[in-house]
Design a protein around this ligand. Sequence first.
Ligand code: VGL
Ligand code: ZN
Length: 202
Amino acid sequence: MAGELRPIPLRADDALLIVDVQSDFLPGGSLAVPRGDEVVAVLNGCLQAFRQAGLPVVATRDWHPPDHCSFRPQGGPWPPHCVAGSAGAGFAPGLQLPAQALVISKATQPQSDAYSGFEGTALDQRLRQAGVGRLFVGGLATDYCVLNTVCDALRLGYQTVLLLDAIRAVDVHAGDGERAIARMLQLGALAASSQHIWAGTA
Ligand code: VGL
Ligand code: ZN
């Protein structure tokens, strides 16, 4: 993929979208994503480039009530995780989110889950208000919330750059992460490495 090797100059309509980089999804957390902690340093590099370019940053977070339908005691598939206001729901320690970052909480109601940051939130509206046309996406987990967020972004007409070094998969079934990446690229996401983001003007 030659496109991965070219530097990508940031544009005035770019935003960085960080998906669910929360303590419960890191090793030691209640729904740990293998090597999930490795995205923090990579995303900090991206945050620096976006800060330098004066471009917006959005962070989504899973923000569940204690009796959320996705939790095993309620018959859902997951161990309880990211309960609103709990330590595990906090952004990863070390993630250098700017004070002005837009935080989008999702899946906040007991009876419905939402893997996409666009589902049941004002994310699309807020991005349009800010004149955002292209999204650089990283975070957790590749095969759930990153996949669903990227699919919605593409459907809603955003150019979408998937930062391959800034995502990690749960891999409930071996290969889930790789299949999710293939699906996102097939739908039109562009693959890139955080190293190719260039904060200079085009
Ligand atoms: C996620 C499973 C359950 C995610 C959220 O952020 O990818 N995965 N809730
Ligand atoms: Zn969840």
